[in-house]
Structures are given as structure tokens and as C-alpha cells.
Design a protein around this ligand. Structure first.
Ligand code: ADP
Ligand code: MG
Length: 322
């Protein structure tokens, strides 16, 4: 039986820290207001397929600095489904971009299948080849057919046309788009466009699928349906999945572990294990255990919002019985 490590991480006495030596008042304030407690998500030796160790990210522009993430320790198992939740601006996208090798962390190390993702300023191509990415916007080429959009990553890898077509056909079936191979993106609904984006990310059979609020722009019913599909696709491809989502119910429904980030700078505030076996039917959302987890996570989030004085910005309505 896996344990539930959520809860029990309260803000404590961050205000007691002296501000005297702080060089930059706005930043010092933001850092003091953040939850002092953080949880290590590191796994045992050799257990992690992906690992972030001591990761932080500070954005620097001419007139300001933003510490987006700090002290992130997280291991993700092969074929695990991890959901990343937290307030808007807490660093979820930053963390996913770091996992994807799109940005380099300011401190710390990222490893994929025990290979460092970065060698100095250079990315490791072998590690990158394991990753597939899906964003909130499908980012399809409007003048390409569904088939050509799906096959684009393969084309960039010099795969021949016949093989691209075969693979696109197979993936259209996997994501429920059979018969739409020759359609243009403008002929598709929002949900269908996201299916194309998922199929495209899967085109070169990545071992790890990274999704940043992929269904955020969809209506609640389509979103529920897409969540069921994502669960099925994750199972069918045996991919390791990291999903950033605004919806706690969606996170608990889909994930093996839900990682909650605190308000900026993002730290891991809690990790909640959800051990119901996959595939899960929507009925599990009515179970007391499921609802308890959702409520506990919402309470942690509300505490964060109170501390940072933000208006609740988190989605409270929507699919999955919210
Ligand atoms: N390219 C960037 N340059 C400067 N600041 C950024 C950049 N990207 C994100 N940030 C800042 O970092 C923080 C975390 O952003 P982000 O990772 O997008 O959060 P989330 O996805 O949780 O909403 C925010 O304060 C945001 O304004
Ligand atoms: Mg984001």
C-alpha cells in the first residue's frame, strides 16, 4: 500500500526570518511569503525515469528578476502518470519546459533515463528524443492536413512519405480521428485539434509525454471525454506522462501522483498518491476517497491564496464532478 504524503505541510513561521540582509525588497517579500516547508519528491536509487534535483529557475530581464521555482526535487517513474497543479504563476509551465529541455534551470540537474539533459549549455539529443510535447494551444499548421501535421516531426527526422502516412493513419485511429486524415485544422473542433496535437507528439513514439494544460480551452464535457482518452492513450502507449492542469479533480482522476506547487516561487508543497488502478471510470470521482483527496488539495491551495493575498484564481467549476 502506498502512503498518502499529502497534508501536514503548513506555512509555519516564515515571517520570523530577518529581512535586514535582503538585497532586493520585492523579491525578499515574495520569497518570505512562500511556504517555507517543501517536500522532496526524490525516489529511491534507480527508480526514477526522469529526475529534477535541486532545480531552481530565476528569470532575468532588464528591470526585474523573478524566482519562478526553487528547491525542486522530484523523481518520476517509468510509465508513471504525474499531474502538476498549483496557482496560476506558480511555475508549472516553467517546470514542464525544464523537463522538456526547452529552458535550462538556473541551478540543479535534470536527468532523463539517468542521462543529464544538459551538458553545459548543450542539450543531450538522446534524452530529448524520448520527449513528446503538447501545449494548451494545438499549434497546428493551418495549411497542412491532419495527416501532414501528425507526420511533421517524422518529416523533420527524414522519415519517408509512405511511412509517415502509415504512422499518421495508425495514430488517427489511436486518438479517435480515423477518417479525418485529409481534413484541415479549421474543419475540426477544438477537441479534435488537441487530438491531432497529441497524435503529433506521439508520432515518433516518445517514452515521455509532457502536456501543459492541453484541455484548458475546451468545454467541460469535451474535457471529461479528452481525459478519458488521455488515460486510454497513456495506457496504450505505455508512456510516462507529466500533465500540468488547472483542475485538481482532473489531476486526481488521472494521476498516480499529484504534485502541488506552492505560490511563487514554486516549491513542492505536497505529493498525493492516488492508488486506484488504471483505467479508472468516471465513477471513481464519486468515491469518498477521491473526494477527500480533491478537498485536501483544494484546502492547501486556498491556504496558499490566503497567504499571498491573491484572489482565488483556481478553476473551481468544470468537469469531473467539480
Ligand atoms: N520568459 C519569462 N521571463 C520572465 N518571467 C517569466 C517568464 N516565463 C514565466 N515567467 C514568470 O515566472 C513565473 C512562473 O510562470 P509560469 O511557469 O508560466 O507559471 P504557471 O504555468 O504556473 O502559470 C511567473 O511569475 C511568470 O510571470
Ligand atoms: Mg502555465
Amino acid at each position: 500500500m502506498r502512503s498518502d504524503r499529502s497534508g501536514g505541510t503548513h506555512p509555519g513561521t516564515a515571517g520570523a526570518r530577518s529581512a535586514v540582509a535582503e538585497p532586493d525588497p520585492p523579491r525578499a517579500l515574495a520569497e518570505r511569503q512562500a511556504a517555507p516547508s517543501r517536500v522532496s519528491g526524490l525516489l529511491g536509487d534507480g527508480e526514477a525515469e526522469i529526475e529534477l534535483r535541486g532545480v531552481s529557475k530565476r528569470y532575468r530581464s532588464r528591470d526585474r528578476e523573478t524566482l519562478a521555482l526553487t528547491g525542486i526535487d522530484l523523481g518520476i517513474r517509468r510509465q508513471e502518470f504525474v499531474a502538476l497543479v498549483g496557482q496560476s504563476g506558480c511555475g508549472k509551465t516553467t517546470m514542464l519546459r525544464i523537463l522538456a529541455g526547452l529552458i535550462q534551470p538556473t541551478t540543479g540537474e535534470v536527468t532523463v533515463a539517468r542521462r543529464p539533459l544538459w551538458h553545459g549549455d548543450r542539450r543531450d539529443d538522446d534524452a530529448l528524443r524520448k520527449l513528446g510535447l503538447v501545449f494548451q494551444d494545438a499549434h497546428l499548421f493551418p495549411w497542412y492536413t491532419v495527416e501532414d501535421n501528425i507526420g511533421l516531426p517524422l518529416r523533420l527526422r527524414d522519415t519517408g512519405k509512405a511511412e509517415r502516412r502509415r504512422r499518421a493513419h495508425e495514430l488517427c485511429e489511436l486518438v479517435g480521428l480515423q477518417g479525418f486524415e485529409k481534413a484541415l485544422p479549421r474543419e475540426l473542433s477544438g477537441g479534435m485539434r488537441q487530438r491531432v496535437a497529441i497524435a503529433r507528439a506521439l508520432s515518433y513514439a516518445p517514452e515521455i509525454l509532457l502536456l501543459d494544460e492541453p484541455f484548458g480551452a475546451l468545454d467541460a464535457m469535451t474535457r471529461d471525454k479528452m481525459n478519458m482518452e488521455l488515460q486510454r492513450i497513456a495506457g496504450a502507449t505505455s508512456a510516462t506522462v507529466v500533465l500540468v492542469t488547472h483542475s485538481i479533480a482532473e489531476a486526481v482522476f488521472l494521476a498516480d501522483r499529484v504534485v502541488l506547487l506552492s505560490a511563487r516561487p514554486g516549491r513542492i508543497r505536497s505529493i498525493t498518491e492516488v492508488d486506484a488502478p488504471h483505467p479508472r471510470a468516471l465513477d471513481v470521482t464519486a468515491e469518498p476517497g477521491f473526494q477527500q483527496k480533491v478537498l485536501a488539495l483544494r484546502a492547501q491551495l486556498a491556504e496558499d491564496e490566503e497567504r499571498t493575498g491573491d484572489e482565488p484564481r483556481f478553476e473551481r467549476a468544470g468537469g469531473l464532478s467539480e
